[in-house]
Design a protein around this ligand. Structure first.
Ligand code: WQD
Length: 340
């Protein structure tokens, strides 16, 4: 298939583009490089030997995006483009609602206009909110989120489901990611957050590479094995393969349907820090800090639906994630800005 990947120069997008190309699909990336680097396109070509086509466009510019969509004429879309910082969304909620909703409306209008109705949507485990206990199942109860970023995902899942219910011919996969970490085994692409990383693993890797003095552990008094928060970390390569599996399955499924993409295992902050120390051979200084508002004690996926319906499950473990994440960080100390 010819797949349009919005946000395809981002962390999850770029790894999914590699997986699509290696699977034999054609890819066009739509990205405005607002939160990513054009260097990623070069790295994708280095990895796969194929340079994906590029539409440098902001999805919110409806006219420009519609023109790019018409030129691309894709068979399907994987939609990553959007703002994704939980913390930032609480500081500037209007920017998050405007950006994530309007870019998706622009995409859906272009898809309807040009008769394309196969979509894989980037959702998040954050839609499970605080009301449920892990393992989280896709039909475990009403969706909710305790931050504006997560609410954009709750709203967009509902909008996409309503569109699929109202109009025949839509095939929509709603993929709820847990915590994607690690990097492609080549070390050529990986997570490159702008500014101070909000998430644990990129922060720990920057400590290991010497860019940060220590990591703060947000609370060690949770009701967990070692008192620190437990999360379902999934290797970015497994996540990318999950997108390809969902794309190839959703073409035969009418309507909208959600799947968790996780491992079903919880790993604590301390365990993750130890895994990076083991992979890098570097001691990671850590200080105990107060809990972070909104953090859950534990979160992990019920992976049974994705295994049964997509024929997909994660195969890489925490040691693989730490090893591949460290290779990316040590080969790219300043991320894609390392390029002189
Ligand atoms: C993981 C654990 C923290 C940083 C978020 C989003 C989620 C998804 C993934 C988009 C927690 C602890 C963290 C630090 C720490 N993103 N921590 N020190 O919060 O589980 O999920 O990113 O879809 O939507 O909510 O990930 O990496 O921020 O935190 O102790 O400097 O690490 O308390 O237990 P989180 P995280």
């Amino acid at each position: 298939m010819h797949v349009l990947v919005t946000g395809g120069a981002g962390f999850i997008g770029s790894h999914t583009v590699v997986a699509l190309l290696e699977r034999g699909h054609d890819v066009t990336i739509a990205d405005d490089f607002d939160n990513s680097s054009p260097e990623v396109i070069n790295r994708i070509e280095q990895i796969t030997g194929i340079r994906p086509a590029l539409a440098e466009v902001d999805l919110r510019d409806e006219e420009a995006f519609d023109a790019a969509f018409a030129t691309t004429a894709p068979d399907a879309v994987i939609h990553f483009a959007g703002l994704k910082s939980v913390g930032e969304s609480s500081i500037d909620p209007l920017r998050y609602y405007e950006h994530n909703l309007s870019s998706t409306f622009s995409l859906l209008n272009a898809m309807k206009k040009h008769g394309v109705r196969t979509l894989v949507f980037s959702s998040s485990a954050t839609v499970y909110g605080e009301g449920q206990e892990p393992p989280y199942g896709e039909d475990g109860g009403p969706l909710d989120a305790n931050n504006p970023y997560g609410m954009t995902k709750v709203m967009l899942e509902r909008i996409l489901s309503d569109v699929a219910d109202a109009e025949p011919g839509w095939h929509i996969a709603l993929l709820r990611y847990f915590n994607p970490i690690g990097a492609h085994e080549s070390g050529l692409i990986g997570e490159d957050p702008k500014g101070v990383p909000n998430n644990l693993v990129p922060y720990v890797l920057q400590v290991a590479i010497g860019r940060r003095p220590h990591v703060s552990i947000y609370g060690d008094d949770y009701p967990t094995a070692d008192g620190t928060g437990e999360r379902d970390y999934i290797h970015i390569a497994d996540l990318a393969e999950g997108h390809v599996a969902a794309l190839e399955k959703i073409v035969a499924i009418e309507g909208a349907r959600a799947w968790n993409l996780g491992t079903g295992q919880g790993t604590s902050v301390k365990q993750l820090i130890a895994a990076v120390e083991s992979a890098s051979g570097i001691r990671i200084p850590a200080v105990i800090a107060p809990r972070r508002a909104g953090d859950l004690p534990r979160s992990w996926a019920d992976t049974s639906r994705a295994e049964a319906e997509l024929g997909w499950r994660a195969t890489r473990d925490i040691a693989d994630m730490a090893r591949d994440g460290w290779r990316w960080q040590s080969q790219n100390p300043r991320g894609f800005d390392s390029v002189d």
